[in-house]
Every structure is written in C-alpha cells, then in structure tokens.
Design a protein around this ligand. Sequence first.
Ligand code: SF4
Length: 449
Amino acid sequence: MPSVFLKTYGCQMNERDSEQVLRQLQDRGYRPVQSEKEADVVLLNTCSVRDLAEQKALRKMGNLRALRKKNPGVVLGFLGCMAQRRGAALEKEMAGVDLVVGTQKFHRVPDLVEQARQARLGGRPSFLAEVEEETGSESAIRDHVFAPRQVTAFVSVMQGCDMHCSFCIVPTTRGKERSRPIAEIVEEVRHLAGQGIREVTLLGQIVNMYGRRIPAREGKSAFVQLLEDLESVPGLDRIRFTSPHPRGMKPDLIGCYGRLKKLCEHLHLPVQSGSDRILRQMGRGYTADQYLRIVDQVRQACPQIGLTTDVIVGYPGETDADFAATRKMMEQVDFDNGFIFRYSPREGTRATQETGGEVPEKVKEERNQELLGLLTRRAEEKAKQRVGSLVEILVEGPSKTRESRLTGRSRQNRPVVFSGGERHLGQLLTVRITESTGFTDYGDPSILG
Ligand code: SF4
C-alpha cells in the first residue's frame, strides 16, 4: 500500500482542503504517514498570504528532493494557494517537482498522483500542472477524516472572494465567490452529527456573505437561512463561523445571536484599521463609525459575545494619526483577543502600488507591540472577573502543554484547561473557572459529574 505525507501551511481553509485530499487518497488505498521519510508521495498544501509562507514551502520542497537518493520513485507535489498563484512556472523554479495542483482542482489530486507515480516508477518523470477554474469545485470539499473521539469539524461553505481588499492575494488564489447550495451543506452537517461531531465551524473567506446570489427568504439572507437550517440538525450542539466581513453584518444576522441556541457567542470580525483614510485605501467598504455601530448592535443582541479581530499595522502611508485612530478603536471596542499583523507587501496586490510611502519595519514593530500590549493588559483584567464563574465547555482532547490535562472551548471560543478523565472527552461540561492567564482559563474539575 503506497504511503502519503501531506504538510499544510496557512489557514483553517487549507487544513480543511488537506483533510479532503487525504480522505480521497485514503479511499484510493494510500496510507497516511507522519513523516516525509516514510512516504511514497509527499504533498505540500501551500499558503500565499505572505511572501514568507511561500518561501517556507519552497525551501521545504528544495530539501525534500534529497528523498530521491533513497527512494527515486517518490512523488513530490505542491497544492493550494501558491500552486495556484505560480502555476506551471514552478516547473522551472523547482526542478524535480511532479505536481502543481491549484485551489479548484483538489478533487483531481488522486488521479494526478497516480499518473505521476506511474511516470516516476517507469523512469519517465513528467510535470503535471492543473490550475484552471472549475465550475462546481466549491462543492468538492465535503468529505471528512475522523480522529478517534473527534467532536469538532470544519465545513467549507463557500470559496473565493469578490471583495478585492488592496492588501489581499486571496481573490487571485481562490478565485471568484462561489457558494454551495444550502441543502448540500445541511446534509454534510447531518452526516457529521451522525458520526459524533457536536460542533461545526463554517468556513469561507467572507463567510457571512455566503450565497449572495441565493434569494432572500422572509427578508433573511442565505447565510441566515443556512444557520437556521443547521439549528435543527439533531445531535449538533454548537455552530461557529469564520471569517465574516463587517459589510455582511446585517440586522438579520446580528439577530441570530441569542435567538439561535446553537450559534456560539463569538464573533471574529476583522477591522484591519481604525482610520477611515486607511480603510478607504484598503477598499474595505466601511468606516470606523460603521464598524463601531455593528459592534454596538451585536452587543445589544448578545451582551456575553466574545469579540476578536484582525488588525494590520504599518499599511503604506499609515501616519501616527492613523495608528492613533486604530489604537482608539481597539480601546473603544475592547476586544477579547486579536491577531495583529505587520503589513508586508504582496506581489500582485493593489497595495504594492500605494504611493503613500512605506512604514519603516521598526515603526511597524512598535505599533504591533503597542496593540499586543493593550490586548494582553485588557485580557488579564477581564480574566480576573471570570474567576469563580461557571462556563460551558466542549471537551476536545488533551491539553497541548500538559497531556495529563484536558482542554475544551467555551462558547466564546476561549480555551479552558482542566484535570479530567477519559469519560469527559467529547462532552459538554460546565466547569468553574479558578484561574486564568488572560487568554487561557483553568477550570475546577470538582463540580464535574
Ligand atoms: S474580504 Fe478578506 S479574503 Fe476578501 S479580499 Fe478582503 S481580506 Fe481578502
């Protein structure tokens, strides 16, 4: 039985795509292995969001070629975003690679791997590249691989993005916005719940704009219709989604918080900047005030919501005043957590043509540290208020830092670590918070049943 090693770079979307590819290869008789050294097929599912991510995958592939000394038949392939962006050019950039498979061609991987293996084993290696658009490819990410006692799963509901934010390569690598039909997604989630999955995270680059071309029903967008239909799936306890766009946070969706029992009280809503001038240059399509209004409405609908965000510091031309506006926005919203990114130019995006002037790396780093400091201080202060409270968690498995402990997530998406036993795995439990480091809480097992 041939073996396969698949390494994934980048986001949850990529993890989900890799899961699909592995499942298809398993169905064809391939055995997944934990190390490239044992594999007959080595695939890298790549990320293009930053140049650094591409360089990492290229370096890795450069080293993988040494595997051929021991195993001349080993097949090497690039999948995903970088494969899509660079396409057939990778044949010249990285001699010895057999496969380049783009983001709309994941379902073709088993056939292409087979062809490449036959060619290698026959001593006639060839280069195969498939990166064309394909109608209906958004529905190809639908099968799962289950780990023992797994209780959470990602579900891809749409692919691509038509927003074209100035800094983002995603519309190039993932193509135009394409949504799967509601009924197909509901069927997939029913199947997952039947396999013991209790929480799903719906994935899409602008997930809350899912199904923009599906007609509204009783004034409700397609995304709200989807959430409502998933609410009635038996056995499913929790629904999350990531990442939404502020422009898609309309009253019908905001009204779902608190109304739909399974929808978790967590919203990761990328703000990117608090400066209207920078938001305009980024092409985000909202102002700082409009973002703040959305936050107010969400908090009114659901006071216990956990709010997290993404921010870019050092966008071309970002002045001290622009940064001060971002800092003010962070203070006003009082996020529970956030990812702060230092802007780095991405070839092929509009932002590289900005004439406003590059922000020095040192300044980007200072701004990055300032926002991280703000988030950490507030997280520590809020953590004190949580100590003593009761929290519902879904127990996912052993803690990453100490295997003897278990970890789960609150509905606000905060990790909670506690000393539990085998019987708690996969359960929804209520624990009392006894301690917190700010971003991780610790629970008291004594109230457990
Ligand atoms: S909405 Fe998100 S994925 Fe789409 S272009 Fe903007 S940042 Fe990229």
